[in-house]
Design a protein around this ligand. Sequence first.
Ligand SMILES: [Zn+2]
Length: 199
Amino acid sequence: MQYPEPIAKLIESYMKLPGIGSKTATRLAFYTLDMDNEDVSEFAKSLISTKKDLTTCSICGNITEQDPCEICRDKSRDQSQVLVVEQVKDIMVMERMRDFHGLYHVLNGVLSPIEGKGPEDINISSLLKRLQTNKSITEVIVATNATPEGEATAMYISRLIKPAGIKVTRLAHGLSVGSDIEYADEMTLSKAVEGRTEI
Ligand SMILES: [Zn+2]
């Protein structure tokens, strides 16, 4: 016996999510069937709205309802520092820490020869352009993860930017090798920003 089409389709959709196999997808689909109508509507609305109402900030690459994003629009933030992160999620982590008041730039990945990801596959050229046009930026803090790819990306960015006379620093103490920004606690991150070193 096959599942009725609506549930079969829902299972298929759940299976498109990362780390979800057919067993979990089936469990989630049946769980959805048991949910209140209101909760399911809310869920469906957020799914659609996430795609429809969000855009990418044309300056920093953050996700936003309005372009430029809230952070880029906020003139009270320190316009001289740009903290470079791998993913949008990392901005939220940094903002939770509340110690950094500068601007951000989202690379949307890291250089990875194994995955065939080169400089043109991540947002490096937009960073360079931004530095060329916005002369108030004097420091770029590279906050890529402490993985080999993250380190290589940081060094690559440093080599590109330094000749322009911009200070390039890297998050320091506290972040253990191989760790992701995403999993660091606020205290550790705060220390890492404070103890950043020039590269
Ligand atoms: Zn922005």
